[in-house]
Write a protein that binds this ligand. Structure first.
Ligand SMILES: [Zn+2]
Ligand SMILES: [Zn+2]
Length: 414
């Protein structure tokens, strides 16, 4: 399992890592420290702390910028791997994190969410695509002044004041650093509901929408539209009204969009109360990142519902970058049904009935990312038909997958 702690400069992400190491030491789980190849090994990128990288609080850690070096220090009895400053590593670290997770090890990484341009920091997007849990660390906005300003809301952006100094900022002061302190009620924010298929992410997302409606607020709802419904039939007009069907069978009215700009255009023309914006299947629309960045800076509260990663454990279009941008991330899981496993379903197992065949088989790793699929085999019989079910990482089957550059014997925790 991969846990990501992400946040801006000056946030409490390192103190959260220190607190975790404290508890492991105090509970005697890692009584010999974190550098001796025991049950917990801790690493840090030299750029994570330029003054004293070798110590996180009272704990000595390995300082290295090399994924190979980290891999060489994982013993058969190492169950937990901690990596701080993860956003500074090169992309070799990504398959290492994946290989550690697949060997049933716990991986806890901490790093910067966004750079000072507001873009995902370094490899953080690729790391987010592997996350099973995210903790967002926060800091106080550099422009906060007194009560009822952005001070009361901890924030998740970083801005560059001069050559050397970076400070934390709220969404408003990130975009408009010289604007006066703002009431925290007026600040925009992005809440991301993520999970694999068959998790209850859509239900959680919709419950928040329903509560707003009960409170007399009508959020604007958008759905991704590519021209076809799940049977391959024409499903209405772009920017026209469409329907989202939830697992419960309930339907919600939504505006059909295929790009972030459609949302901005609709809100610009709409004129109604569009403070709350709900976007379904947010992994798909083109250039959604830029649109959401602008909407939250203008005070909109955006709620996106999206798949955490592809069926082949890859980054799913907009999802990982929106996870870096998010002010709040809510994870959902299904339950793995394989062999009565019962572990949390963190993965989307895609299966296929090829055209003319009645055999159900796991889909090939190179099958297209965007296909028509549900939890039954839908679509016409003379085409490949896809379906999904929830799976744990252990039971995920991905025919055709290349071997990762790192591999570890499975860790036997119990
Ligand atoms: Zn602020
Ligand atoms: Zn399982």
């Amino acid at each position: 399992m991969v846990k990501v702690i992400a946040g801006p400069v000056d946030s409490d992400k390192n103190s959260r890592v220190r607190g975790f190491l404290d508890s492991l030491l105090d509970s005697k789980y890692a009584k010999d420290g974190f550098t001796n190849g025991g049950p917990v090994v801790a690493f840090r990128h030299p750029r994570d702390d330029r003054v004293n990288p070798e110590y996180m609080g009272r704990h000595k850690v390995h300082v290295t910028d090399s994924a190979d070096e980290i891999a060489s220090r994982i013993g058969s009895d190492t169950g937990t791997v901690v990596i701080s400053g993860v956003s500074h590593y090169d992309s070799n670290l990504v398959p290492l994190i994946d290989a550690l997770a697949r060997s049933d090890r716990q991986v806890i990484v901490a790093g910067l969410n966004l750079d000072h341009h507001g873009k995902p920091y370094g490899i953080m997007e690729e790391v987010m695509a592997l996350a099973d849990d995210v903790e967002l660390a926060k800091a106080i906005c550099f422009r906060a002044r007194g009560r009822d300003t952005c001070q009361e809301l901890e924030v998740s952006r970083s801005v560059k004041l001069d050559e050397r100094e970076y400070v934390a900022a709220c969404v408003q002061h990130f975009k408009y650093p010289d604007s006066p302190p703002v009431s925290h009620n007026d600040l925009g924010r992005l809440t991301a509901y993520v999970g694999a298929v068959c998790s209850s992410k859509s239900t959680k997302w919709n419950t928040v929408r329903q509560k707003l409606v009960e409170g007399g607020i009508v959020p604007v709802v958008f759905k991704y539209f590519n021209g076809e419904d799940r049977y391959g039939q024409n499903a209405g007009e772009l920017m026209g009204s469409g329907k989202i069907t939830l697992h419960t069978g309930e339907t919600i009215d939504a505006i059909n969009i295929s790009a972030g700009l459609h949302i901005e255009e609709y809100i610009g023309n709409y004129g109604g109360d569009s403070e709350f914006v709900f976007i379904d299947e947010a992994q798909f629309p083109d250039e959604l990142y830029g649109s959401i960045s602008r909407l939250v800076a203008r005070g909109h509260k955006v709620h996106t519902n999206m798949l955490v990663r592809t069926f082949s454990r890859g980054p799913f279009m907009n999802t990982p970058s929106l996870m870096c941008l998010a002010d709040e991330i809510k994870f959902s899981y299904s339950v793995c049904q394989q062999d009565g496993c019962g572990r949390p379903g963190t993965e989307s197992q895609r299966v296929v009935k090829r055209a003319g065949s009645e055999t159900i088989e796991p889909a090939h790793v190179n099958d297209p990312i965007e296909v028509i699929a549900g939890n039954r085999f839908e679509g016409v019989e003379d085409k490949d038909r896809y379906a999904y079910w929830g799976s744990c990482l252990n039971h995920l089957v991905l025919p055709g997958e290349d071997a990762l550059p790192y591999s570890f014997d499975r860790y036997n925790s119990n």
